[in-house]
Structure formats: C-alpha cells, structure tokens
Design a protein around this ligand. Structure first.
Ligand code: B12
Length: 168
C-alpha cells in the first residue's frame, strides 16, 4: 500500500452488458452515488464510482436478443472471465489501483459481482474487497475467500474514519 494514499473504487458490475457489450446502464447508479458522497464527506479517501455496466454507444435492449443469442453470450461471459468485458474492467481497476473495492450486488448481477471480485484480486491480492447492496446477504459470502465484510474492513481501516450504514 502506498503511504497515506487510500483509494476506494465502487463498482456497479456488468449485467445486461454480458448479454451484449453495447447493452448498457446509461445512468449513474444511485447506490454508488450515496456511498461515494458519504465517503467524500466523512473521510479523506479518494473515491471512484465506476459503472462497469456502462459501455457507450448504448443501444436499446431487445427481449428477443436476451432470450436468444444474448443468453448464450451471458452464459459464456460468466464461464470465461478472460472475455473483452472483463479485460476492460480489469484494466480500469489496474489504472485506478485501489486500496479497497466495494461492489454493489443485486440478485441479477451476483455471479458477475463475484467475477469482478476475482478480477480485483488478480490485479492485487492486497486490495480489500467488500460486497454490499440489496442482495449481498442471501449468498453464502462467509465461505468466500475473496470477500471481507464491511465490519472487518471498517475495523482495519479505522483511522480513515470510514463509516457505512449497512444492515448486517
Ligand atoms: C431505481 C431502480 C432501478 C433503476 C436504476 C437507476 C439507477 N440510476 O441506478 C433501473 C430502472 C435502471 C433498474 C433496473 C433494473 N433493476 Co432495479 N431497482 C431500482 C430500485 C427501485 C431502487 C434502487 C436504488 O437506486 N435505490 C437507492 C439506493 C441508494 O439504494 P440501494 O441501491 O439499495 O443502495 C444502498 C444499499 O443497498 C447499500 N449498497 C449498495 N451497493 C453497495 C455496495 C457496497 C460495497 C456497500 C458497502 C453498500 C452498498 O448502500 C446504498 C446506499 O445506502 C430497486 C428497488 C428498491 N426499492 O431498492 C430496484 C431493484 C434494485 N432492481 C431490481 C431489478 C431486478 C432490476 C432489473 C434486473 C430489472 C430488469 N428485469 O431489467 C434491472 C437491472 C439493470 C442493470 N443494468 O443491472 C431488483 C433487484 C433484486 C434484488 N433483490 O437484488 C430490485 C431490488 C427491485 C425488486 N424488488 O425486485 N432498477
């Protein structure tokens, strides 16, 4: 870790983008906005909110694609973490070089969130990974070696005054 330089990267994992690289969430993820705002207000950490579900130019999502070829793309992307979408995400993580990564997990993107966590660890094993969000508790994260819960992270980085309100 670099001296006195704490950086947190908040990631919205890809979901529709795994069906087709030009499918996109062309919106600022509200969860990351709230978290980034709180971190900026209460700490001196640098924060980057990274919407990995966004990849311009976007195009309208077609149900026919989601249930046809798109579904195969989705499955293949989950099976092969060396695909273009993952390489793009990995290089963004590498460029920012975060101390901590927070990943926002929902039911639909949980498998993707797990791959993103592994990508973080492939860039640097030193980086702490936190998974939070709507559905982070319904999966058995305790057994996962890549995940440290927010509580232990807050303890570890207590001097940075990071505080999150997560209902564990
Ligand atoms: C707005 C919304 C959308 C918007 C998003 C707009 C945007 N700019 O972000 C749109 C319309 C795009 C959308 C789409 C979808 N959505 Co939606 N959406 C919502 C909704 C109504 C609010 C989410 C929100 O922004 N809340 C406000 C933020 C501030 O709260 P939050 O996300 O919960 O985040 C807080 C905590 O969870 C936590 N947190 C979140 N991430 C992290 C990460 C870390 C590290 C930590 C520590 C904490 C943390 O801290 C945040 C701040 O307090 C919820 C229902 C709800 N009432 O929550 C459904 C919901 C999240 N959506 C859902 C679904 C299924 C979808 C779609 C798959 C629907 C579809 N079939 O297409 C798509 C997926 C899109 C995608 N690309 O991934 C489900 C997810 C199911 C689940 N339990 O996980 C929900 C819960 C609705 C439901 N009850 O079914 N959605």
């Amino acid at each position: 870790m670099k001296d006195n330089e704490y950086k947190i990267m908040l990631i919205e994992p890809p979901y529709y983008r795994l069906f087709k690289d030009t499918y996109s969430l062309a919106l600022y993820p509200l969860s990351l906005g709230y978290l980034a705002g709180t971190i900026r207000k209460k700490t001196d950490w640098s924060v980057m909110a990274y919407n990995a579900e966004f990849n311009p130019p976007g195009e309208a999502i077609k149900i026919r694609h989601l249930t046809g070829d798109g579904h195969h793309h989705y499955i293949n992307n989950l099976r092969d973490p060396s695909g273009a979408v993952w390489r793009d995400i990995q290089s963004t993580i590498r460029d920012y070089d975060p101390t901590v990564v927070g990943i926002s997990a929902k039911s639909q993107n949980f498998a993707s969130a797990s791959i993103v966590a592994r990508l973080v660890k492939s860039v640097s094993r030193e980086t702490t990974v936190i998974i939070g969000g709507r559905n982070s508790r319904t999966h058995n994260l305790k057994r996962s070696r890549i995940v440290l819960f927010i509580r232990s992270t807050v303890k570890k980085y207590q001097r940075s005054k990071v505080r999150f309100h997560v209902p564990f």
